[in-house]
Structures are given as C-alpha cells and as structure tokens.
Design a binder for this molecule. Structure first.
Ligand code: ATP
Ligand code: MG
Length: 355
C-alpha cells in the first residue's frame, strides 16, 4: 500500500486553471484530515497553454510522465479553439482515454440535498464503455470506423468485442455490489441486434456470477423516458460508448447542474479524473465557475487509488461538499453568490472540521 501518491495536474483551458487548483486544495485538505502523507502533485502542460509553450496540445513530456503516475486530474479543454495544425491531437481527453486504454467511464449523477434537481432523489451511476461501440474512432480498428466511400455517402461502424464488453460489465457489477445491487443494461437490441444485442447478452451472462444483483434492461430511447419520469429508481446503468455519453449528460442535468457532475476514466492501472462539463469559455477567468464537479472527480480518483487512507479522504471530500452546499455556500449556477475560490476554501475548511 502506497502511503504517498504522485498525481498529475493538467489544468487545461477555459475555467480549468480555476477549478483544477480548487480540486488540488480540497484534496490536500482531505488527505491531511485523513492523516495521510501529502500528495505529490506533478503539474504537466496540456491544452492551449501547451501549444504555446511546447508546440503541442499534448506534448510528449506529458504523455511520458503520466505513464509513471497512478492517476491525474484533467481540466476541461477547448480543442475547437486550437489552431488547425494541431488536428492530429485535437482532443486531448479522447487521446488520453485511448492511449492509456481507460476503458471505464464512470459518471455518477446525484442530486445534492437542498439544491434544485429535476429528479429529486436521483442517485445513480452511468458506467460507460469507453473504447469502442458507436464511437468507432475510439476503437482498435480506428481508421476503418468512419469513412466516405463517395463524396455523397458517409458511413460509421459500431464495434463490439467480447473482451471489452466483459471488462466493462464486470466493473458495473462490482460497483452495483457496493451500492444498491441493481444493474440496468441499456441497449437497442430491437434494431441493433447484433451489436447492442451482443452487449446485452454478455452482460446477462456475467450476471450468473453476481446472483445478489437485480438485473434489468431497457432500450436507450425508453431509458431516457424512465430517467426523466422516475430516475430515482435506478442504481447502476451499464451501456456502450455513445449511449453512455448521452445518458450521462442527461442524468447529470437531471441531478442538478452540469457544474456538479463528476467522472473518472479508468483502467486497472491508471485513472483520470475529469469533470463531465466542458471548458465554459463564457465564464472563464471570472471566478464564477462551480468547481464541484472537478473536486468530486478528484474524490473519485482518491477512491480508485483504493488504499484505506485515500478512500477515507475521498469520503471526507464528498461530505465536505455536501456540508458546504447545505450551509448555503453556493456558486452562481446553483443560485448562490460564492466565487470559485471562496467555495473551494469553504469546502477545504469543512473537510478539516469533519475529523
Ligand atoms: P464541450 O464541447 O467542451 O463539452 P460544451 O459546449 O458542452 O463544451 P460547456 O463548456 O460544458 O459546454 O458549458 C455549457 C454551459 O454550462 C455554459 O454556459 C457554461 O458556462 C456552463 N458550465 C459548464 N461548466 C460549468 C461550471 N463548472 N460552473 C458553472 N457553469 C458551467
Ligand atoms: Mg459537452
């Protein structure tokens, strides 16, 4: 068991340089409160800043160093704003997911007590397969995934493989075992029988190994309706890449605001904490951003590290966030007046009071 972790800090674009340091501050407070050795933070260039200093949105030094770390915080990036010649690595987070085979995208959606949620009581986790499915560019067969045979025809392929489905299904079942033991498989097997039907069938096969987990399944379209009507009835949802991308945005918004939706992208070796939202250029640099999603993503990373101290620190971060919000300290997106830095300071202080 490591008692001291080295974690990367990739600030990113837009509100990234505000919310990532906020997460570092709160994680430091939580690790100290849990009695752990301080995290060794390793700042690494990414995004527009890295283009300016290293000539690449994702310089080799960043990739090489990340490979030696257990995990990292990745701020949002605004790749649409990068100069044309940086197309090859246009999307740093997509590239990192693929490079490190971060096959599981775990996105919880949980309403904070006392904040307006479209679905009160929502508390679920979307487990999204992150390497193949209907985002064919992510697959091993990259290059054949999307193409134009003629100027008037565009074709995209979906790729579904047994090993990738088995490993994501296993993650989802393990998570369900630690939660309310209810797993919902999301597919579209009435139309996409071979691909999403395969996904559903393999998930069902694995259910035999988890007899305590109640398993059901829905078509993706019906699922959106159920989430809006009675989302609080769901616990863990497992689905392919594109369905998971869309469902988790929906679930995050039903839980409150995008500003509170965290995520982690993980393999068995590496984990990348990443807020579900984008770089929010409209509010960047004005101390307006809600750092909750980034902070809560950092807590998920601590939890993923798996040692007792990190898990205790992760729990403190989550409780610190809830206490702070329940005291009425909120950023503008949740109807409050606190700035990014003030909110982060309040959470760090709350974490200190909890022990
Ligand atoms: P991307 O393409 O990078 O995902 P996007 O188009 O989905 O970006 P976001 O950057 O996520 O857009 O922003 C969507 C809206 O939500 C914007 O109005 C933004 O200000 C707001 N928003 C996003 N994140 C936050 C946050 N952490 N705090 C407050 N508001 C936010
Ligand atoms: Mg977005």
């Amino acid at each position: 068991m490591a008692d001291n972790h080295r974690l990367g800090v990739l600030a990113g674009d837009g509100i990234g340089p505000e919310i990532v340091p906020a997460a570092v501050q709160v994680l430091d407070a939580a690790v100290a409160a849990a009695g752990g050795a301080p995290i060794e933070w390793v700042p690494l260039p990414v995004g527009a800043e890295a283009i300016a200093t290293h000539g690449s949105a994702l310089p080799p030094v960043t990739l090489e160093t990340l490979g030696q770390l257990d995990g990292w915080l990745l701020g949002p990036h605004d790749s649409a704003a990068y100069p044309q010649e940086h197309r090859a690595r246009l999307n740093p987070s997509g590239f990192l997911r693929k490079h490190f085979d971060l096959f599981a995208n775990i996105r919880p959606a949980k309403a904070f007590e006392g904040t307006p949620a479209l679905v009160p009581g929502l508390d679920l986790v979307v487990v999204r397969e992150n390497t193949e499915g209907f985002y064919a560019d992510r697959s091993t067969y990259r290059g054949t995934g999307e193409y134009m045979p003629t100027a008037d025809v565009a074709i995209a392929m979906g790729i579904f493989t047994r090993p990738a489905i088995e490993r994501i299904a296993r993650q989802a079942f393990e998570l369900a075992m630690r939660r309310r033991k209810h797993l919902t498989i999301v597919h579209k097997a009435n139309v996409l029988r071979l691909t999403t039907g395969f996904f559903r069938d393999i998930c069902r096969e694995l259910a035999a190994g988890y007899p305590e987990v109640r398993v059901d399944d829905f078509h993706i379209d019906a699922m959106t309706v159920h989430l809006v009507r009675h989302g609080a009835d769901f616990d863990v949802l497992v689905t392919e890449n594109m369905f998971g991308d869309i469902l988790s945005d929906l679930a995050g918004e039903l839980a409150g605001s995008l500003g509170i939706a965290p995520s982690v992208n993980a393999s068995h070796e590496h984990a990348m904490a990443q807020a579900a939202h984008g770089s929010a250029p409209d509010i960047a640099g004005r101390d307006l951003a809600n750092p909750t999603a980034m902070i809560a993503s950092g807590a998920m990373l601590l939890d993923w590290l798996g040692d007792d101290l990190s898990k205790r620190a992760a729990d403190l971060v989550e409780r610190g966030l809830r206490v702070t919000v329940s005291r009425g300290v909120r950023t503008a997106d949740l109807g409050g007046r606190a700035g990014t830095a003030e909110f982060a300071g309040a959470v760090a202080a709350a974490v200190g009071e909890l022990t």
